[in-house]
Ligand binder design. Structure first.
Ligand SMILES: Nc1ncnc2c1ncn2[C@@H]1O[C@H](COP(=O)(O)OP(=O)(O)OP(=O)(O)O)[C@@H](O)[C@H]1O
Length: 700
């Protein structure tokens, strides 16, 4: 590849064109330039958080901010992929040994060719980063120093030009110029300092990358599968790996692409054009890990934007649906026309007459146990069906009109499956109104709702949101529960307020979570959606968990007619690898099986919450959901920043993230470990995302 140096002005222009292409206004771009984001290297040198705060300071609107953040991650992935390809396939002029840490799934470092480089990739084994020397947080920075050496050769010809300034290097001994041993660039000595630490990634690479990305997008909308749900056919391969000439499974000196997943189309074009002579169909895969089989291509996760816009979509659809239904009646699948009002009456009558049918209970049991792990008889059905079942349902039924809703400030928050309102029912309460639109058969909604609520109805634990009752009135399905003071979640505490948690508090909260989930497990209830958002802070010393037993494929697949699964933000971060693999591209509603949730998948999710509390970061922070799914399917684990706490606690985290579910500890084991570790420990969070990786062994 010919190397043409780009002047600073040109780099700046490319940067500006890129931002314009992403959708930033001239004012936004000026603001970023004033903040020293003048070229891609500068852009990549800031963390997501820093970029977010820059965007906030520049008053970028939510949508533009999102585009900026997403496009930066995607661009960086392309950049890394491009670098790993070109450095592997084109040496020279690529860097001879890019210092990339790659580790094996067995948990040891496969290679560490430091070589002064700071390029870091994610690892598929568990390792903790060494204590950072500098507190500067940075995303993956391409910073591989050149290995300059001063040439002493006599130059007979003056034709050769400086790769940086494009002026002749001159001839004879008199002209001072230097050559990089790795990438073979020749530059004037005075130009050397201006080239930067970008050995192996030349401005020409950058130009090609940029051209390709812009051309492929054809000036149109940013083609990110997450932001444009309908932009890609489900029949197309969802993602392609950048081909790699290095097989990391066999090489001991390999440079694995840190983020192998590239959006379809873009990935193909970039890699094809840049590396056509070396193209192979080989995919990057760690040994003994899985990948999505052809029949189960990587699914699309449609993520809520801002708070929960998908809920708004659902509400809109619901409203339209109800409007149409109230005017025309509802056409049932059998062709029967049922007036909506009659249907509501029917529900109300049913509420007080009987519990769910045996068939529904059986189906639910299958779902509750994931259809895989638990025996059907293990479900405690006495309160669902049995001699006293109806009495027990009546006991917890609350008349909707006896709840007073806060008129000033009714909504506490909205989630994917409904909204939570502040109310009064013989005391302050939280009322969660569930969206049951995913059950297309209206006559089955009440039954399905009861099955979901039954998980709450049977629980009494200090660390579980207290269920007070339920209602099913006028097509409203809701649950009344104790109002958590402050209505704050652990997520808000860690990621919004950014309250540092000391180790004793962290351990205490972790223990409470484990005790609550363990209690649920003894009741044969799986949480299925354990996340910091679903852990509410009752006080500084007490948490309660909520939102358990609700999640199902059916819920995530609603609304239909759109591609992909509709999930909350960061849902994929907590998903156990076996669940990620089970997430099919399409939902088949005739299939009774749900996700293979197990106790072990709850343990995996607990590991993620534990990680959040220890580090203040989300696992796989800053990565797009499809990348996370792909990594999980390949056994690539989250990068661990530096954490200074007892080894047992680190090991605990690692064991919770075991790829094989049976290798994860049980919750009682975790509680025992959390209790056993000496109390006087402090957590020193790393201020940054990974800095330099150390092997698993060196830490343990
Ligand atoms: N019992 C409660 N007391 C006080 N606040 C609550 C209670 N239950 C839920 N909330 C708050 O209500 C809001 C919405 O909760 P909900 O569980 O519906 O959605 P979510 O968990 O935020 O989002 P999603 O379920 O889509 O991930 C959250 O901010 C949550 O903290």
């Amino acid at each position: 590849m010919t190397k043409v140096g780009l002047m600073e002005r040109e780099k700046r222009e490319i940067n500006a064109i890129w931002f314009t292409f992403v959708g930033l206004s001239a004012q936004n771009i000026r603001h970023l330039e004033l903040c020293k984001i003048t070229d891609f290297n500068a852009l990549f040198a800031v963390t997501n958080l820093e970029l977010r705060s820059l965007a906030d300071r520049g008053r970028l609107d939510v949508e533009t901010k999102r585009k900026l953040l997403q496009s930066t991650v995607i661009l960086q992935n392309h950049w890394n992929a491009l670098h790993s390809r070109t450095s592997a396939e084109d040496p020279p002029p690529g860097p001879s040994t890019p210092a990339i840490v790659t580790t094996s799934p067995q948990g040891y470092n496969r290679s560490l060719t430091a070589n002064g480089s700071k390029m870091i990739t994610q690892s598929n084994s568990m390792s903790f980063a060494a204590a950072p020397k500098s507190p500067k947080a940075a995303r993956l920075v391409h910073a591989i120093p050149h290995k300059w050496h001063r040439s002493t050769k006599f130059r007979f010809s003056g034709d050769a030009v400086c790769h940086f300034c494009q002026r002749p290097l001159g001839f004879g001994f008199l002209n001072a110029w230097e050559k990089c041993r790795s990438c073979k660039w020749k530059v004037h000595t005075q130009c050397k300092s201006r080239v930067g630490d970008s050995c192996g990634l030349t401005p020409e690479h950058l130009r090609v990358l940029f051209d390709k990305l812009v051309q492929e997008n054809n000036g149109g909308m940013w083609k990110d599968p997450q932001s444009v749900p309908g932009s890609r056919s489900m029949n197309e391969p969802a993602f392609q790996f950048p081909d790699t000439a290095i097989d990391s499974s066999s090489s001991t000196n390999s440079s694995a692409p840190s983020t192998p997943a590239l959006p379809a189309g873009i990935a193909t074009s970039v890699t094809t054009s840049l590396t056509a002579p070396y193209r192979s169909e080989r995919k990057f895969l760690f040994p003994d890990t899985e990948n999505y089989p052809a029949h189960n291509r990587l699914p699309i996760l449609v993520i809520s934007e801002g708070d929960h816009p998908t809920t708004t979509e659902i509400e809109q659809e619901t409203e339209n649906h109800l409007k149409t239904a109230s005017m025309m009646g509802t056409v049932e699948s059998e062709g029967t026309i049922v007036a909506v009002q009659e249907e509501v009456v029917e529900h109300q009558e049913m509420d007080h007459e009987e519990g769910p049918s045996q068939e529904a209970v059986d189906k639910f049991n299958k779902r509750a146990d994931g259809g895989f792990t638990w025996e059907r008889h293990a479900w405690n059905m006495s309160t669902i069906r049995g001699p006293n079942a109806q009495a027990s349902w009546n006991e917890v039924s609350i008349a909707f009109d006896t709840i007073e809703f806060d008129k000033q400030n009714p909504i506490i928050g909205r989630g994917r499956f409904g909204e939570v309102q502040r109310g009064f029912h013989y005391g302050d309460v939280a009322v969660k109104i569930y969206n049951m639109e995913h059950v297309s058969d209206h006559s089955k909604r009440a039954e399905e709702f009861k099955l979901e609520v039954s998980a709450y109805k049977n629980t009494r634990h200090d660390n579980i949101a207290l269920f007070l009752g339920y209602f099913m009135t006028d097509g409203k399905y809701g649950m009344v529960m104790s109002l958590s003071r402050g209505s704050q979640s652990l997520y808000t505490l860690i990621h919004v307020i950014r309250e540092p948690l000391d180790l004793p508090t962290t351990r205490m909260i972790a223990r409470q979570i484990c005790q609550a989930v363990s209690y649920l497990h003894t009741k044969k209830i799986l949480h299925k959606d354990l996340r910091s958002k679903n852990i509410l802070l009752e006080s500084k010393n007490k948490v309660v968990i909520t939102d358990f037993g609700i999640l199902s494929m059916k819920r995530l697949a609603y609304p239909k007619g759109k591609l992909g699964w509709h999930t909350s933000r960061f849902w994929a971060n907590y998903l156990a690898p076996e669940l990620a693999m089970a997430l099919r591209t399409e939902f088949d509603e005739h299939e009774s099986e749900d996700f293979p949730f197990t106790e072990a998948s709850d343990v995996y999710a607990f590991g993620c919450v534990w990680f959040e509390m220890l580090t203040g970061l989300l696992s796989y922070e800053g990565e797009l959901p499809h990348q996370i799914l792909l990594k999980k399917s390949q056994g690539v684990k989250p990068v661990l920043p530096n954490i200074k706490c007892a080894q047992e606690l680190k090991e605990l985290l690692i064991s919770c993230w075991s790829t094989a579910p049976h290798e994860r500890p049980t919750l009682p084991d975790i509680i025992a470990k959390l209790t056993a570790v000496p109390k006087k420990q402090r957590v020193n969070r790393s201020p940054s995302f990974p800095v330099m990786m150390k092997s698993y062994e060196s830490n343990f």
